[in-house]
Structure formats: C-alpha cells, structure tokens
Design a protein around this ligand. Structure first.
Ligand code: PHE
Length: 339
C-alpha cells in the first residue's frame, strides 16, 4: 500500500511538471485529490487495512497529498505570472512624453467680466457694493422713486407683476431706496444686478443687467456727477473717447441726463450702430429728486446726491463688437469660449 501511495505521488508530480494550461492543473487536481481522485480512494481504503498498518499508511497519504497540493499551487502561480507578463508585453507602448489631455475649463461669462470691470473702476474711486432682491415690492421699485400709481413706467407692458404688490424689479434703482432707508449719508454705493422687462429683440432681453450707482452727501453737485461718470467712461472705453451729457427725464432724478459716448464703431463718423448720429447712449443719470429723499427720510436742505444706471449688456456689446444681445443668454459654448 505504501508503495502504491508513493507511486501515485510520483505520477502526479510528473504530470504536474508537464502541464500546459490552467485547465490541465485543474484536471490533475481532480484526478488525484478530487472527490473521486485516486489518492482520495486510498483514504477510503484505509479502513480495510489491519489496524497497526493504518497509522503509517495514513501518514504516507498525507505526505503525498501535501506535496501534490504544493506543486499544483506552484504551477498555478507560474501561469498567473505568465498571464500578467503577457498583458504588459501585448499592451500598446506607453509614450509618457505625449502631452496630456486637458479637461475642458469653464470661462467667466462676458457679462460677468464686464460687471467685474465696472465694479473695479468704482471701487477704485471709493464706492462700495450693495445689493437687493430681484423679486421687489412695488413700493421700492416705483412708489418711493417718485412713480405714483398712474405713471406710464408702471404699464403692464413693461413690468412682470407677480401680484399687486410684488414684481420682478424693472431696474436696479430700488437698491437706492433700500440702502438709504438703512443708512445715513455720506454714501457712495454701486449695485450691480439683474433687472426684468417685457421686451425682446436684438437689443433687448426680458432679463438684463444694470449697475446702479449713487452718491449722497453734503454739497454733492452735478459737477461730481459729470466728473465721476467721465472718469468711469474714460477708464472703460479709453481716455480718447468723447463723452456728452444730454438733458433727459427720469421721475427719480431732477435734473436728469442721458450720457452718450462717441460711437466706438465708426469713431463718430456715423454708422448703422449709432444710427448715423456718431453717438451711443450708455447711461441714465441725474441729481436725486428731493421727493425720493423725502421717501427715505433724508433732510433735503442738508443733503444732495446723484444717481446713475448703466446697462451692462450695452457696454459688453460695444466692448466685444456683438450685434445681438440674445447671444449672451443662449449659452452656446462656441460663442462663450471666445471671451
Ligand atoms: N433706472 C433707470 C433705468 O433703468 C436708470 C437711472 C438710474 C436713471 C439712476 C437715473 C438715475 O433706465
């Protein structure tokens, strides 16, 4: 019996040496130490041996089983190693000198770029930034700005009403009221933000951006208004750009002006963009109407101030040479990635 076990072991080890595949290994494993394997059969035979022989034969079987298992394991490992090496051998060569692929990067929206630039200019001359809600009360958007209930600017045509008291602000001027109600002069404030009007064509979108600005103190005059806005426009469009102030009307300023710059497209010669006038309107402005100071409780004998509103899209269109305002909000990546 002992010899039989030894010869089984010898056969098995010889076969293991000659394997060609992982399948071979599994087959050999089954043939010798599987449920119906020859060595397993010897274990079953043990009980038929005389008692005093069993111990020795049993030990011999164990030795054989251990060595077969060990060799199977070693052979298996060899195959795994070969497989791994082949994987690298057959892979395409890796050229680590090739440039990497950059993930696409977002950019700052042109409207945000222009807003930041405007804000920077005003921060540089001592203004600070304030804000207010886009869903605004009738009172702040109109009434406190000297636009009584029957004023044409309140027309349903222009304003998105939410209910009788709430609306989407039609300009950033309500921020003037909110700041002045909370704080006392001296004030030098700008308020960039969105505004909404029912309007849509090549130069109007229902949502657009403005920067409101105002200054209130003892002795603020129209000279300060002209000085501040001229500095701003020269910073933004260049010192050589001519600026002109034209009389106009806003309920919340008196006197009021609209501010034009020399047409940046034709340099004042006259073209389609400036409608052959040589000038482009870029700002509304004026001295804050004493009626507005009354609504916020300021002493109109002591304080005067000026206010202005800039259309950001207008400036961005001029700056980047864009002829359709709607391009800003279509979110076409080919358009936006140019800025
Ligand atoms: N709020 C005005 C508009 O939207 C602009 C403006 C602001 C005019 C401040 C004068 C003073 O047209």
């Amino acid at each position: 019996m002992i010899d039989k076990v030894k010869s089984i072991e010898k056969d098995a080890l010889a076969q293991i040496k000659a394997v060609n595949s992982k399948d071979d290994i599994l087959r050999i494993k089954g043939r010798y130490i599987g449920k119906n394997g020859v060595l397993t059969f010897c274990i079953k035979e043990l009980k038929n041996l005389p008692k005093e022989k069993r111990g020795e034969v049993g030990r011999q079987i164990n030795v054989a089983k251990k060595s077969i298992e060990r060799e199977l394991e070693t052979a298996m490992r060899r195959f795994f190693k070969e497989e791994r090496e082949n994987l690298f051998k057959n892979a395409l060569p890796l050229d680590i000198t090739l440039p990497g692929r950059r993930p696409p990067l977002g950019r700052v929206h042109p409207i945000t770029q222009v807003t930041d630039e405007i804000v920077d200019i005003f921060l540089g001359i001592g203004f600070r930034v304030a804000g207010g809600p886009e869903i605004e009360e009738d009172y702040y958007n109109f009434a406190a700005l000297n636009m009584p209930k029957d004023h044409p600017a309140r027309d349903m045509q222009d304003t998105f009403y939410i209910d009788t008291e709430k609306l989407l602000r039609t300009h950033t001027s309500p921020v003037q009221i909110r700041v002045m109600k909370n704080e006392k002069p001296p004030l030098r404030v700008i308020a960039p933000g969105t505004a909404y009007r029912r309007d849509s064509d090549v130069s109007h979108t229902p949502m657009f951006h403005q920067v409101e600005g105002f200054m209130v103190d003892n002795g603020v005059t129209f000279c300060h208004l002209k000085g501040v806005l001229t500095v701003f426009l020269h910073e933004f469009f260049g010192k050589a750009t001519s600026v002109r102030f034209r009389p106009s009307f806003f309920p919340f300023t008196e006197p009021s002006a609209e501010v034009d710059i020399e047409c940046v497209i034709c340099e004042g010669k006259g073209c389609r963009v400036c409608k052959w006038s040589g000038w482009l309107e870029v700002l509304g402005a004026g001295m804050i109407n004493p009626t507005v100071f009354d609504s916020v409780g300021y002493d109109t004998e002591r304080f005067t101030g000026f206010a202005f509103g800039v259309g950001i899209e207008r400036l961005a269109m001029l700056r980047f040479g864009i002829n359709d305002i709607r391009l800003f909000f279509e979110n076409d990546i080919r358009f936006l990635s140019q800025f």
